[in-house]
Write a protein that binds this ligand. Structure first.
Ligand SMILES: [Zn+2]
Length: 374
């Protein structure tokens, strides 16, 4: 048996394995990952004994992202017991996997599309295409880690395959018409962006001028609960107070950054408006002000293991990533690829919100004083 992708949680992957076991008594001997995203790979570890095959960059990206865990951009997830298990048979352009006499061609698509490491699985004898997340049925394409123009090129190439059955990364099994449906949406987005740029429109004005109702894929999005009109009206309401919020956020963030800079536990405050911050000269040259997000790094006196408790002990700061929000947030920097990895585990990123800065300083001070006592 060959499986194309795993699932995201232990429970889902076990249910998937049970479903496989209900149709065959053969073990899954090969697991192909179409790309590195966790909803396709976190369950890899449950495919005991299987050879895990993927593009080499899929392995790199999985290792860079790390194991499943609570992340600020997800609501809390019950992952179960999962261990990071990257592919260990990797290829650079394509590889052929055999199921008895049935050839399955695993091909990297050659350009950034959904991600940087998308592969398809093409089974010529069955005219069957596993498209991974290059195609969703009934959902808006997701290209934040890839490229719109890259995806258009890739889908145009996929159209050349004589596929009669397509298994998309999300949504039900489809016919080849799905490619045109998604291509139509991507071309629409790109054309709209081009004409808005030519007309000198801001992204928000460009979005307001679009007639999304007519888009078939957006009708799908609507069915899945996206409320574009409401979101747009909230954005417009927020813009009316943006100016005064930014002023306040700048002054609060600076006050707190300077205070942190004076604390002995802290080695560096990474706020570009502080003269000793790397990049200060660039900031002075190119910026007229500063914003509310900055980081600080604990000195050698504070072990990386103590930093999570420090963040937990903050009461006014919630946990999460945001830019310019009204609530203060604190976050340990996750294990992402950064030019300077020496900070790992000792770097805390703050978003300063609209709370009273002295209250925030008191909160930070209390948590700093609690270090080493727990
Ligand atoms: Zn994906």
């Amino acid at each position: 048996m060959v499986s194309v992708d795993a699932c995201s949680t232990e429970r889902r992957t076990r249910a998937y394995l049970d479903a496989i076991a209900s149709v065959t008594d053969q073990p899954v001997r090969t697991l192909i990952n179409t790309h590195h995203h966790g909803d396709h790979t976190f369950g890899n570890c449950l495919f005991e004994g299987a050879t895990i095959v993927a593009h080499e960059r899929c392995r790199e990206e999985m290792l860079a992202f790390g194991p499943p865990g609570q992340r600020p951009f997800w609501t809390e997830v019950d992952w179960g017991e999962l261990e990071l298990t990257p592919p260990f048979l990797t290829f650079t352009s394509q590889i052929r996997v055999w199921v008895d006499d049935l050839a399955c061609d695993v091909r990297h698509v050659g350009a950034p599309a959904h991600t940087t490491n998308d592969s398809i699985v093409w089974v010529p004898e069955r005219s069957l295409l596993f498209a991974g997340d290059l195609l969703f049925r009934g959902g808006t394409p997701f290209l934040l880690m890839g490229s719109v123009s890259g995806a258009i090129g890739v889908l145009e190439e996929l159209k050349q395959l004589p596929a009669t059955t397509i298994v998309p990364g999300h949504g039900g099994v489809s016919g080849p018409e799905l490619i045109d449906e998604v291509l139509g949406y991507l071309r629409f987005v790109l054309a709209a962006a081009r004409s808005a740029a030519d007309a000198g429109l801001s992204p928000l004005d460009a979005a307001r001028e679009l007639d999304l109702e007519r888009r078939a894929v957006m009708r799908g999005a609507k069915k899945h609960g996206l409320r574009l009109e409401r979101d747009a009206s909230l954005a417009l309401r927020g813009l009316q107070t943006l100016g005064i919020r930014l002023e306040r956020l700048e002054s609060s963030a600076l006050k707190i950054a300077k205070w942190l800079n004076s604390r002995p536990e802290i080695e560096t405050v990474l706020h570009p408006a502080l003269p000793d911050c790397p990049g200060h000269d660039l900031w002075k040259r190119d910026f007229t002000g500063s914003a509310s997000v900055f980081s600080f790094v604990f000195g050698p006196g504070v072990a990386a293991a103590e930093v999570p408790a420090f963040v937990d002990n903050l009461t006014l700061f919630r946990k999460g990533f945001s830019w310019g929000g009204t609530a203060s947030l604190a976050m340990i920097y996750p294990n992402l690829r950064r030019p300077n990895r020496d900070f790992e585990g000792r770097l805390v990123r703050l978003n300063i919100g609209l709370e009273e800065p002295d209250d925030l300083i008191a909160d930070l001070s209390r948590a700093l004083n609690g270090l080493g006592t727990g």
